[in-house]
Design a protein around this ligand. Sequence first.
Ligand SMILES: [Zn+2]
Length: 315
Amino acid sequence: MGFEGLLGNERLKENLIRSIGRGRISHFYLICGPQGSGKHTLARLLAAAAVCQQADKPCLTCNACRKVMANTHPDFITVEDPEKKTLPVRLVREAREDMFIRPNEADRKVYLFPQELNIEGQNALLKVLEEPPTYGVFILLTDNPEKLLPTVRSRCTELRLQGLPEGILRRELTQSFPKADQEAVSAAILRSGGYLGQAKDLLEEGAALAPQTESFVAAYVARDKLQMMELLVSMEKIKRDQFGQILQQWLELLENGLVSRCGMQAVSQLAKQLSVNRSPEDLLDAIGHVKKCMEYAQGNVSVAACCGYLLWHLR
Ligand SMILES: [Zn+2]
């Protein structure tokens, strides 16, 4: 069975199967990826691999694997407080003490930290990271590894989740939403950055791509100043919320275009157009200005002034 439950990410899965096949399970894993990229799925498969009783880990059929998947294994412990934005340090300390009690059933004891840890929490965890019990496996999830202390990060085996190719996304979305029309599926794929969880959320919200977004890409790709001006002038009267949503779409597309410029696959036609027609420097520059403009719009700057800013800066 292995890691098939995680879609895409073939190279990552091959590497994991190879190292786990050799009996190498790290004490610390840091799973990185944006919301909806499969962090929780991978964490669970890793936890199953750590306690699995069969040779082909994770087999997902043995008693231990099944218990992990059903969240009933006594040696698979999730450390979280869903009410809080970051993990309270108290829970890290409790987990730290619990770690020194030997596992109940398995050869290993797996702790999953799905929430972000603040500096205090990370420092509390660091003590264990420095001298883990031989049976301890710790899995941290983050959408941004840069937020972690270098001392924590350097001790972890980093697993980075990638966006999925369009074909897989379309197949999965069509299966999950058989009644959705292909236009809506395409818009969700485009806006998801390649992450299935995000694409599903977008389809559920019924969020289609704003017409201004397609116009933006057309003008930016063609370096058409007049078209860009017409577009931005037409946006001056838009309500602040809607303006923010449109800029969010632009930002996602630009980021997607930049990522695909760096060798990863573009998930949408529009992102592909951006990456083919504009240099990475241009894209990075535009990302910076759109972000800045979003900050202004969230503050007290008028939408019209924000449009003026973009007109001046987006070249
Ligand atoms: Zn198993």
